[in-house]
Design a binder for this molecule. Structure first.
Ligand code: PLP
Length: 381
C-alpha cells in the first residue's frame, strides 16, 4: 500500500490564497496579499525586453551575473557604507523566498532549535520543519510589538542554531531600534548561533528612519545571512529575483545548496535589473514613494472606527477593530469581505497558535484610486 507520510502535515492552503479567492468570489477590493496594483516602470520593462532580444537567454553563472552582484555591492556601500565582496559574499536568488529557504537548508539539522519573532512571515517555519528543526517563536504583541530580549535570551540552549529576524517586520510594520540590534548582537556573540535577517523591506521606511542592515554591526557581520528582494524594490513581485549576502564561509555553504536547488536565476532579468539600478534613485526614493501612500491612508482613516497603528516600515498597515466588533480575527475578515467588499489578512495568520488580538493587515502598495476606494470602504465599517 502506497502511503505518503507528509513532512508538513500542518501546512494547508495559505491565508493569502484563501482571502484572494474569497475577494474574487465576492467582488471585493483585495488589500490582502502584498503586491502592487500599478505598473512596473516602463524603462525597466524595456530593459528586460532588450536583454531578451540580445541573446542573454542561457544559464547565468550560479552565483548571479557579475554586473548585478556588483550593483548589489554598490548598494551596500552607498546605503550602509559597508563593503561586501561581490565575488564571495553575494548570490542572486529566486526571490527572497529562495534565499530564506536555502539559508535554512544550509544550517538546520534534526534537533536544532530556531528562534523567531511572531507575527512572522509564513515561509520560515515550514522550511525549519522540513530539515528537522524546531521553532521557538517569541510572541510580540500589538501595538508596540516590542521584544523582551531577556526572554529571548532565556530561550537559548546548546541546540539553538539560528535566530530569524525580519526588519522592517511584515506584518508588525516595526523597525528595530539600535538598542534592539545591540541586544541581539550581545546575546549571540558567545554562541554558535547564526542570524537570518530578512531585510526585503529595507528601503520601505518612513519619517526619519534610515534603511538598516544587521551586517553593519561588527558582531553580527560574521554570522548573519541578509536576504533582499527585487520584487519589493522594483514593484515586480512576480519576477522572483532576490539575493543573499553573507560572510565568505557562510556564503560558501549557502551556494552548495543553491547550486543543486535553483542553480541560477533568469538571465535577462538580472542584466536588466543591473542596468536599472545604475540609477540609485530607484531605491533611494522608495521610502518617500510609499510614505505618501501611507500618509494618505492615515489621513483618510482618521475618522474611521479603526484604531490605526502608524507603520514605521513595509507597505502594510495594522488596523485594530476592537471598537467595531468582538469577533475573532478569522470571522471579522470574512465579514469584511462579505458585508463590506474588502479583503484583508487576520494578524492571527502570522502566529503559529493563531493568537488573535482583533487586528487585520492591509496592503497599501496600491494606486491612488484603489487607496481612495479602500478609505471609503473602511470608513463605512
Ligand atoms: C517578510 C517577507 N520576506 C520575504 C518575502 C518573499 O520575497 P520574494 O517575493 O522576493 O520571494 C516576502 C514577500 O512578501 C515578505 O513579506
Amino acid at each position: 500500500m502506497l502511503t505518503l507520510d507528509s513532512k508538513l502535515p500542518a501546512v494547508g492552503t495559505t491565508i493569502f490564497s484563501v482571502m484572494s479567492a474569497l475577494a474574487a468570489e465576492h467582488g471585493a477590493l483585495n488589500l490582502s496579499q502584498g503586491f502592487p496594483d500599478y505598473a512596473v516602470d516602463p524603462k525597466l520593462i524595456g530593459l528586460v525586453e532588450r536583454y531578451l532580444g540580445a541573446g542573454t537567454n542561457q544559464y547565468a553563472p550560479m552565483t548571479g551575473v557579475a554586473v548585478l552582484r556588483e550593483r548589489i555591492q554598490e548598494k551596500f556601500q552607498r546605503v550602509h557604507g559597508l563593503l561586501v565582496d561581490a565575488e564571495q559574499e553575494i548570490t542572486v536568488t529566486a526571490g527572497g523566498t529562495e534565499a530564506i529557504f536555502t539559508t535554512i537548508a544550509a544550517l538546520i539539522r534534526p534537533g536544532d532549535e530556531v528562534i523567531s519573532f511572531e507575527p512572522a512571515y509564513d515561509c520560515y517555519a515550514p522550511a525549519v520543519t522540513l530539515f528537522g528543526g524546531t521553532m521557538r517563536p517569541v510572541r510580540l504583541v500589538a501595538p508596540e510589538f516590542a521584544v523582551d530580549w531577556d526572554y529571548v535570551k532565556s530561550l537559548i540552549t546548546p541546540r539553538t542554531r539560528l535566530i530569524i529576524v525580519n526588519n522592517p517586520n511584515n506584518p508588525a510594520c516595526r523597525v528595530f531600534s539600535m538598542a534592539d540590534i545591540a541586544a541581539l548582537a550581545e546575546m549571540v556573540q558567545n554562541h554558535n548561533i547564526f542570524v537570518l535577517s530578512d531585510e526585503v523591506y529595507e528601503h520601505l521606511v518612513f519619517d526619519d528612519i534610515q534603511p538598516q542592515t544587521l551586517l553593519r554591526h561588527p558582531l553580527l557581520r560574521e554570522r548573519t545571512f541578509v536576504v533582499g528582494s527585487f520584487g519589493k524594490l522594483l514593484h515586480a513581485t512576480g519576477w522572483k529575483v532576490g539575493y543573499c549576502v553573507a560572510a565568505p564561509a557562510l556564503m560558501a555553504e549557502f551556494r552548495k545548496v543553491h547550486q543543486f536547488n535553483v542553480f541560477s536565476v533568469h538571465t535577462p532579468t538580472q542584466y536588466a535589473i543591473a542596468d536599472y539600478l545604475a540609477d540609485a534613485s530607484h531605491y533611494e526614493n522608495l521610502g518617500r514613494f510609499f510614505q505618501q501612500k501611507r500618509d494618505f491612508l492615515l489621513a483618510g482613516l482618521h475618522d474611521s472606527r479603526f484604531r490605526v497603528y502608524v507603520p514605521q516600515g513595509t507597505y502594510f498597515i495594522v488596523l485594530d477593530y476592537s471598537a467595531i466588533s468582538s469577533a475573532p480575527e478569522n470571522e471579522f475578515v470574512r465579514e469584511l469581505v462579505i458585508q463590506h467588499r474588502l479583503a484583508t489578512i487576520p494578524l492571527a495568520a502570522f502566529y503559529h497558535d493563531g493568537f488573535s488580538q482583533q487586528c487585520v493587515r492591509v496592503c497599501f502598495a496600491k494606486q491612488q484610486e484603489t487607496l481612495q476606494q479602500a478609505v471609503e470602504l473602511l470608513c463605512a465599517v
